[in-house]
Write a protein that binds this ligand. Structure first.
Ligand code: PSV
Ligand code: MN
Ligand code: MN
Length: 401
């Protein structure tokens, strides 16, 4: 058994990693199961869900074969149903629950010039009212997180006052936060940022600093959401993770990967090393623990690959990056860092990253009574054939159309 002079032996690290991995959960987006595409084309796939009940049924398959995906985020109004009690009961029957509730401020004609920041108070009122509806959905589904991605922004310098829009946003968010915490003081408002798109001169919440400032002004139940696809190329995302963890304001991830823009590809597909570096910061800060307040969500679209296996693969990619991060020897790393051993410290990270953790994860799944090969087990289950035969006229995710 290998042992570094200052560190834990490898066997102990593996056992600790297994214990931490057994506690990890990853939340799935309902919209990943519907048809999606780019603004050029949506390719329809056979067997996709026709309604939110079927989206949850598909998400439950991901949990069934991975054991780590017990929650499903909803997007309102894409996932609006007449009876949210029935939707939650349906989720429970299938072994999952409803996670975050995502509002939608990007599909109404009135929002062309903004929603929560719009110059017209009547439009802002409508956007705030939509969140009150989302808060009701939270009550009916047992959700704890209201997730806001603000699509507002400007295309041209001078189009509107950047500063006045921040003031309007602060006021709108305050109204939403007050209603949210009045409904339940434990509920959280989690605010996502994105540096461009759908507007290109400036967004009104373009970066983590802007999101954090609004969260700090709101109160301690307001947290930042970090979507990995929402940064300029080469941004050091793990640095942002460390900063937000330091001040206790990293509320959630939207995991995905990107080559160029907000590509929403499978997490860990474009840059698995970045995902590992992010998970290293998480592990180092103790933020993997179930009570850390960090919700690990996926926000992806599977435009050309089958959706359920795409989600299974994504979950496995997060698990692999997490496992590697858990194999970094913390004691040896501290010694190397404090003694100025640059190559030694970097080597500890690179050794962990180069470790093939698939056998460890297979052991984890066997310990949990799961098939060690989730993708193979799903393929053998026959579920894909059942939905192709049983569902005709599947729905569009609502995104990328
Ligand atoms: C916006 O690009 C975003 O990342 C937000 O999280 C939205 O709610 C989601 O994508 C919709 O796919
Ligand atoms: Mn997102
Ligand atoms: Mn996005």
């Amino acid at each position: 058994m290998s042992q570094t002079p200052a560190g834990q032996d490898a066997g102990t690290r593996e056992e600790r990693a297994l214990a931490a991995l057994a506690q990890q959960t990853i939340e799935l987006p309902s919209w990943a199961f519907g048809n999606s595409g780019t603004r050029f084309k949506v390719f329809g796939q056979a067997g996709v869900p026709r309604d939110p009940f079927e989206k949850i049924a598909d998400a439950a398959q991901v949990h069934r074969f991975t054991g780590v995906a017990p929650r499903v985020s909803l997007h309102i109004p894409w996932d609006k149903v007449d009876d949210f009690d029935a939707l939650s009961a349906h989720a429970r029957d299938l072994g999952v629950s409803i996670g975050g509730i995502n509002s939608n401020l990007f599909q109404d004609d009135e929002y062309m010039l903004g929603s929560l920041t719009h110059p017209d108070a009547a439009v802002r009122k409508k956007a705030v009212a939509h969140h009150l509806e989302c808060i009701d959905v939270m009550g009916a589904t047992g959700s704890h997180d209201l997730k806001i991605w603000l699509p507002d922004g400007l295309n041209y310098p001078g189009q509107d006052s950047i500063r006045a829009r921040q003031d309007r946003l602060a006021d709108s968010l305050q109204q939403i936060y007050a209603a949210l915490t009045a409904a339940d003081p434990d509920h959280r408002l989690i605010l996502e940022y994105k540096f461009f798109e759908p507007y290109f001169y400036t967004m009104d919440v373009p970066d983590w600093g802007t999101s954090l400032l609004h969260c700090l002004a709101l109160g301690d139940r307001a947290m930042v959401v970090l979507d990995t696809g929402h940064h300029a190329p080469n941004t050091n995302i793990e640095f942002i993770v460390a900063q937000l963890l330091r001040v206790g304001r990293l509320g959630a991830f939207d995991f995905n990967s990107r080559f160029y823009a907000d590509d929403d590809l499978m997490v860990g597909a474009a840059d698995p090393f970045q995902l590992f570096r992010i998970m290293h910061e998480i592990v180092q800060s103790g933020a993997l623990a179930p009570d850390s307040g960090v919700n690990f969500m996926l926000d992806q679209c599977h435009n050309i690959e089958p959706k359920i296996p795409g989600q299974i693969r994504s979950v496995m990619n997060v698990q692999e990056a997490t496992a590697k991060a858990l194999l970094v020897d913390p004691d040896a790393l501290l010694v190397a860092q404090q003694s100025g051993d640059v190559l030694g410290a970097n080597g500890l990270l690179m050794d962990a990253y180069a470790t093939d953790v698939r056998p460890l994860l297979a052991r984890l799944r066997e310990q949990q009574g799961l098939d060690p090969d989730p993708l193979g087990a799903y393929a053998r289950s026959g579920y894909a054939d059942t939905i192709v035969a049983g569902r005709v006229g599947g729905a569009q995710a609502g995104w990328g159309a």
